[in-house]
Design a protein around this ligand. Sequence first.
Ligand code: C5P
Length: 234
Amino acid sequence: MQNPIIVALDVPTAEAALELAKEVAPAVGAFKIGSELFTAAGPDIVRRIRDTGAAVFLDLKFHDIPNTVAKAVASATRLDVQMLTIHTSGGSEMMRVAEESAQKTALQSGRNAPLVLGVTVLTSMDGSALNEIGSETNVGKQVERLAMLAVNSGLRGLVCSPLEIAGLRQILPEHMQLITPGIRTGAEKADDQKRTLSPREALDAGANWLVIGRPIYSAENPRAAAENILKSIT
Ligand code: C5P
């Protein structure tokens, strides 16, 4: 089994990210670079993490007109990231060209295409927040609807909350990869995560990858925390 732990490098500087990555690398499968770090440190931090030999999940949640998203995905593919995110609410055409761009650019650059992951409904949104933006349906139905739209647009993976995994596994084709944040071991506080599962529970429910931030980087000993999580799932 590949190591399914993706550590969120939710730190403000390149130096802090590189230090954390170096410390925990032997116990984890990949690193997630999100908007905070990318906006501060730019594409150079992606190259520097890739230069350590680690896989990178670029979590910038692209959402724009199809042409712009396709070009952003091409740029990310040329940076040699292994996973990236787009918003499924950008629509089927946007998703279709994003996946096509990943495949085409990878072929041109002689590498494997990154996994283009669809984000459905942000976990910060509840029913009334959805209603505010004009969606009459409930969160669960909207997640299912966007997940199926992603499948039919050719995406090969989705980001979902821990409590959506089991339901999505019932309706998705088996090949769809599911990546979930909101992982807590029970040894730390839940922070702002309201719906959490343990690493073992999330994998048993059908997740392929676990995005874990604070339980590792806020631990007294991040390397030991990552190793303990790995032990709990192997
Ligand atoms: O520190 P923690 O383990 O909660 O970090 C989870 C990571 O996953 C963060 O980078 C957060 O932005 C991201 N994430 C999330 N919930 C989502 C989508 C992404 O926590 N629904």
